[in-house]
Design a protein around this ligand. Structure first.
Ligand code: PEP
Ligand code: MG
Length: 841
């Protein structure tokens, strides 16, 4: 056939026929591939999507012409062939062509019972799909003698005509009803939800029936060669004697495929056929470059392959299948990398609620940190710690969390909060810890005094009740759900190692503690892009020294308190450097407002007064004096560094002494010191002068040399705008897009959860900007800052360390803007590595 010939209204599926996925749909193309692989596929005819469209619009199909392809009085099936299998499609209709005459002949060859059963099934399917009769009508009809007469009678009563006997009319009506079903509203909505375009096309396939009924071995079944949940090589599926279609999957009496202790199998009954199926599976795997599920029929001992679809698979199975195909040389490594969705990885790093089990959802919120865990309910961080000490897994429920809850969060297997959004404290910390977390579950009511959680449906849960948190779905469930374990196996590591060879932007981790750093290393981050040092001050012994420092009356007293913190900080950094084994570590100097380190309630203040040996009134007054109306825009970050410079002096000294210590231990590092919340060049000048002086002091005391880099965190719009002059004093700029988003929008990152849903639903924001980088606004500041900074200093290192750093879309944006690396929570590092590889391929 010439290239410019028009596409025919229908075409027989032969090895050379002009059939394409775009025109005839996925299934038609797949059948052609199976034919080319020489598999025993019954004769098939494909209708292109334009034929299907015109049938839906009222054109009558050339049914007689189609049937003529199949020889005298054929029986055929019709299957949907959408361009993408995930988009669904109308249900298949089997045995078209059956009428009184054909039924009589079938009864002779296959026996009365089989002939009756087939005819009954066809009339029913036709009645439901074509004549649009209510399926309930047929509910009470019992199989056996009389059923056929009853079905035919019902059809006639309901439609006022006898069941059509002309095969061409039957086929024409089936084609019409399937074409129209595709255009129906519910089908459109369903496929749109799966990402299908508005003009998604459907082809149809008419196929000769392989009977599955007969004297010799006859039946049908499905087979696949990998496990859909784990991706491990394993034959699964079912076979049912004397059956058609996919009946084997639901029938109790169907057989296993391989030899099985639980019952008889196809391998026992028909070893040759089973061996053929295995061979076909291997041929499909190589020829179609995919793990396929094969639908087969045996007619009088002859095996037919009716159809093959991609094996349905969980994320973990998808990864294992892709790696195995590449390892076997079936697909290139690049393709294996591209076949795995980066977002699917987060599911593999954690326990997951088994999708096959029941879910008793009691509250919904924002899926803030992926994974799932089961534990007993606790309402305070103290209770969480006590529970952990008893070795009892617990779930911490709070209205929202504060820095003093960190230890409680550490002690919990999952966290649930009533308030908050994607970058609220609970969300950020939970992601860092790898603890499943749901925030902003505002439908539940929390009574902390009574220690009670009331679900929207009125059920009440108290301390000790067992819940499951699904941080991947944003749901809290009653009781212990069934779980799947994490899948950090060889396949996972192999895929990411391949990804690393393709990507061209760095991936570091945000890691505050040795445990975080160890996780970062486990996920093969290239360094630490953000170490939030304040998280090192919440341990019991440090908190006391910290509070003494805050309450110091004179610089001398402050220095004394800081001197107690110095060795602890130094030890933190030594440990961090050791774990990172020479990889870069970027340490951010102290950032939060000081009042976060003070207790809030009266009881806490009394304890503090006791610990500091000061009158309660004075402690209360000082605490009140520290409180700010708008602390996130107040005395924090570099502002603290300038007003109380001793804190940064101590931190710099700890970093530099740790650097020397690491060099002595044989793991030399070049630490990167980062100044937070900068908005003016002068801030950087002042801090830099002091840090350089501390470095000189450490060098001269130790009589040893070391290098370090000083950089600036761009978190205020002004820092982005003035990046040109700021870069004069900075070796690197790291964009803290959490604060930068907060300040660009004037949107509180801790409170936005309350109205974000409404905003997104009404299209005010396309997405939660704390979750997906706002490329139009915040993104423009990133571009400006990057460009202005690099103008001053072409070798300026650029990175992003806000929560967006782990997001595939944001990584694409940063890569395009010429950034050197992204930094994200350790648990998002694998996703970032894979997403970066996708961008480069
Ligand atoms: C940021 O603001 O983007 C950031 C990384 O810092 P933090 O989340 O600690 O404010
Ligand atoms: Mg910040």
């Amino acid at each position: 056939m010439q290239k410019h010939d028009p596409i025919p209204e229908f075409i027989e599926v032969t090895p050379t026929a002009r059939i394409s996925e775009a025109v005839h749909g996925w299934k038609a193309k797949c059948l052609q591939r199976l034919v080319r692989l020489d598999l025993p596929v019954p004769k098939s005819v494909a209708l292109p999507s334009f034929t299907v469209r015109s049938i839906a619009a009222g054109h009558t199909a050339d049914a007689a012409g189609i049937l003529a392809c199949f020889g005298p009085s054929p029986l055929v099936s019709v299957r949907g062939s959408p361009a993408n299998l995930d988009w669904g499609g109308p249900a298949s209709v089997l045995n078209i062509g059956l009428n009184a005459d054909r039924h009589a002949r079938l009864a002779e060859t296959h026996g009365e019972t089989a002939a009756d059963a087939l005819y009954v099934r066809f009339v029913q399917a036709y009645a439901i799909h074509v004549a649009r009769l209510d399926p309930d009508l047929f509910e009470d009809i019992k199989p056996g003698p009389g059923a056929l007469a009853e079905v035919l009678r019902l059809y006639e009563v309901e439609t006022d005509e006898a069941f059509p006997q002309d095969p061409a009319r039957q086929l024409s009506e089936v084609l019409r009803s399937m074409s129209r079903a595709w255009e129906g509203t519910s089908a459109r909505l369903l496929r749109a939800a799966k990402g299908a375009p508005a003009d998604a096309a459907l082809g149809l396939v008419v196929q000769d029936m392989a009977q599955g009924f007969g004297q010799g071995l006859s039946g049908s079944g499905v087979i696949q060669f990998v496990d859909s949940v784990t991706g491990q090589a394993r034959v699964t599926g079912r076979y049912l004697n004397q059956s058609q279609g996919r009946a084997a999957l639901s029938a109790r009496e169907s057989l296993y495929l391989t030899k099985d202790a639980r019952g008889p199998s196809l391998e026992d009954v028909a070893p040759d056929i089973f061996a053929d199926l295995q061979r076909f599976g291997a041929i499909c795997r190589v020829g179609l470059r995919e793990e396929m599920q094969i639908e087969f029929t045996i007619e009088d001992g002859h095996l037919f392959v009716l159809d093959a679809v991609k094996v349905a698979r969980s994320a973990r199975a998808g990864l294992r299948i892709a790696v195995a195909l590449a390892e076997d040389g079936v697909i290139p490594k690049e393709e294996a990398v591209l076949r795995v969705e980066p977002r699917a990885l987060s599911e593999l790093l954690h326990h997951q609620v088994d999708p096959r089990g029941p879910r008793d959802v009691i509250a919904r919120g924002i899926a803030a940190s992926p994974g799932a865990a089961t534990g007993r309910l606790v309402f305070t961080s103290d209770a969480a710690q006590a529970s952990a000490a008893r070795g009892e897994p617990c779930i911490l429920v709070r209205k929202e969390t504060a820095p003093e809850d960190i230890r409680g969060m550490h002690s919990s297997v999952a966290v649930l909060t009533e308030r908050g959004g994607m970058t609220s404290h609970a969300a950020v910390i939970a992601r860092g810890l790898g603890v499943p977390c749901v925030v902003g579950a505002s439908d539940m009511r929390l009574d902390l005094r009574e220690r009670r959680l009331t679900a929207p449906d009125g059920r009440v849960f108290g301390e000790g009740d067992v819940l499951t948190i699904d941080g991947s779905k944003g749901e809290a469930m009653a009781g212990a759900a069934e779980m799947l374990p994490p899948a950090l196996d060889d396949s996972f590591r192999q895929l990411l190692n391949w990804a690393d060879t393709f990507r061209d932007i760095g991936v570091r981790a945000n890691a505050d503690t040795p445990a975080d750093a160890a996780t970062a290393r486990k996920f093969e981050a290239e360094g630490i892009g953000l170490c939030r040092t304040e998280h090192m001050f919440f341990d019991e012994d440090r908190l006391v020294a910290m509070r003494e420092m805050i309450f110091a009356d004179t610089p001398g007293d402050r220095a004394a308190a800081l001197a107690r913190l110095l060795p602890m900080q130094r030890a933190d950094f030594v440990q961090l450097f050791e774990i990172m084994e020479g990889k870069p570590v970027c340490i951010r100097l102290f950032d939060p407002p000081l009042h976060e380190f003070l207790p809030s309630g009266r009881e806490g203040l009394r304890d503090l007064a006791e610990a500091l040996d000061r009158p309660l009134s004075e402690v209360t007054r000082r605490a009140e004096a520290l409180s700010e109306v708008n602390p996130m825009l107040g005395m924090r970050g570099v502002r603290l560094g300038i007003v109380l410079p001793e804190i940064y002096d101590m931190q710099a000294q700890a970093i530099f002494e740790a650097t020397l210590e690491s060099a002595r231990r044989g793991a030399p590092v070049v630490p990167e010191v980062m100044i937070p919340l900068v908005s003016a060049r002068r801030e950087v000048e002042l801090v830099k002068a002091r840090i350089d002086a501390v470095a000189a002091m450490v060098r001269s005391r130790a009589k040893a040399e070391f290098d370090y880099k000083l950089g600036v965190m761009v978190e205020t719009p002004r820092a982005a705008l003035r990046a040109g002059e700021i870069a004069q004093h900075a070796a690197f700029l790291s964009f803290g897009t959490n604060d930068l988003t907060q300040m660009t929008y004037g949107l509180s990152r801790d409170d936005a959860g309350r109205f974000m849903n409404t905003y997104v639903q009404q299209g005010v924001f396309p997405e939660d900007p704390f979750h997906i980088l706002d490329v139009d606004g915040v993104g423009e500041l990133l571009l400006m800052g990057a460009e202005r900074g690099r103008e001053t200093r072409p070798d300026l290192t650029l990175s992003i360390c806000g929560e967006h750093g782990g997001n595939p879309e944001s990584i694409a944006f940063c890569r395009k803007a010429g950034f050197d690396y992204v930094s994200c929570s350790p648990y998002r590092v694998p996703m970032a590595r894979l997403a970066a590889a996708h961008l480069a391929l």
